[in-house]
Structure formats: structure tokens, C-alpha cells
Design a protein around this ligand. Sequence first.
Ligand SMILES: [Fe+2]
Ligand SMILES: [Fe+2]
Length: 175
Amino acid sequence: MRDLVRQKTSLSEEIEKILNDQIKQEAKASATYLSMASWCDQHGFGNSTEFFYKQSGEERDHMLKIFKYVNDVGGKAISPEVTDVPNNFNSLRAIFEQALEQEIANTQSISRIVEQCYKAKDYTTVTFLQWFLKEQVEEEFIARRALELFDVIGEDGVGLYMIDKRIPDIKYQAE
Ligand SMILES: [Fe+2]
Ligand SMILES: [Fe+2]
């Protein structure tokens, strides 16, 4: 039951809950990218290591953005418990495949939240989430480009070395 101060907020309990779920998902994404950075470091892929450290940081920023928003509009942001973080990977390619899958899942998750916000007539949160939808276009683009390197360059011989070398060149330009 909400007290009076909370009742005056625009955030419904339903939307608050799904935003807290998303906070958790961003935290898990951050932790997963950190695992990937660790694997890349252990296997000598220096640029991929940096790439995943950066991705991990970005996911934490996403988490914080939603976290602060929930509190800003009078809800209660929950510091998430992150479990089942993967720590074993089979190959560099498998990591980049998983990275793309994670981004696609995240895009779908944000879209579902937007849909629920429309149903709940929570246009404030819809507006807040616009940034995330745009961000996901960039995130998916980068993950796809990285994965394409495996087909374009090939993994034989110095292939993996060359793929790692090209990772920092991947840039997204919106217009
Ligand atoms: Fe994210
Ligand atoms: Fe992401």
C-alpha cells in the first residue's frame, strides 16, 4: 500500500515493477560484458577486452538512468541482485554472438515496456524510454558489425588476431 506522498506520483506499481525488472536486466548485461572482457583478456584479445569493458560500463549507465528515473517520479528503485552470470565461453565468436543476442533481447524488453506504458497511459515513461529505443539501434548495429567481421575476415590463421584488431574501428553514425 502506498502512502499519500507516493499516491501523488505518476508511476503506477505495475510500471514501477517492470522498470525494476529492467534495472536488473541492465545490471545482468553489465556483469555479463564484464565476464566477456575477462575471457578476452585471458585469451590475448586486447581490443575486444577494452570493447567489453566499455560495454559493461554503458550497461551500468543504463541501469543507473532507469534507477534514478524510478526514484525521480516517486517510485522505489531496487538495487538488483545479479545471479547466474556466465563465466565460461567457447570462443571469441561465441562471445560476440551472445553479445548480439543480449542486445536483441534487451531491445525487445524495452519495446515491451513501452507497450505496457501506452496501455497504462504512462506517457511520461514512454518519453523517458525513447532514449533507450534509440540507444538500442546503436547497440545492435555495433554488435552486428562485430559479428560480421568473423565472416568477412575469417577465423583461420591470423584471422582472430585481425578481427580483434578491427574491433575499435566499429563506429555508429546515426545520420
Ligand atoms: Fe542497456
Ligand atoms: Fe546494450
